[in-house]
Design a protein around this ligand. Sequence first.
Ligand SMILES: [Zn+2]
Length: 277
Amino acid sequence: MLRQVAEGVWTQESEFCRSNAVVVQGRAGVLLIDPGVLGSELAELADDLRVLGQPVVAGFSTHPHWDHLLWHPRLGVAARYGTARCAATVQARLSDPHWQTRLAGLIPPGIARQVPLDLLGLITALPPEAARIPWEGPQVRIVEHQAHAPGHAALVIRERRVLVAGDMLSDVLIPLLDLADGTDPIEDYRVALRLLEGAADGVDVFVPAHGSIGGPDQLRARIDQDRAYVDALRDGGLCHDPRIGPTATFGKEWLPAVHERQLRHLAQRRERDGASG
Ligand SMILES: [Zn+2]
């Protein structure tokens, strides 16, 4: 079900991981950002847009993770954009002959049959350092950084006073660092949070890819919360983050283990760098 969050901007929340799809009204149709996860939800979104008489004229994936790369035939054949780095990463992963096996290891088995993979990752690369999404509608500025995934993009729709944060600033997920690709994942994350902080002025509504949508005060609080978490990881120390604490309402079965894994990985990295330096 579409929910209006600003003038000309709607979201639809998925059952999977509280994912938010974002729809932006343009001149002759809509821009669809991170469309969703389950086939039935994508079809419902396509139906709702049809009832509204709004074809999808452009798509965008905030980053190259499977749950942000899905599509449905009924959403049409508009170009689906990503940053150059995002598109190159998707391309590299899809050209691996074992990609379907790898992907099967990432999608929770309970929903695997409901996730339509046929159109996964058909991303058109924007030029490197592209500043905006090319489409007929309110200007959408790309804030690219390397936290969480290569070529991750947050989006600022200044005219609508909306920030689309991608996989950051969530109230349910702790910062998930890109431990596979980055050479300095902590610093990459800190740089990205500074960029988001710089983009926060004039934002009335921000939409994280997973979790609750919020206003300007929550935006500042989430930036602070993510920074405190990342700093705690960096210092290898205690972390009192509510998202993995006793009062957490989401991901109790798996998020604490992800946190432990990040801590372990970074400790090993420090040891290795210490040994080589
Ligand atoms: Zn992600």
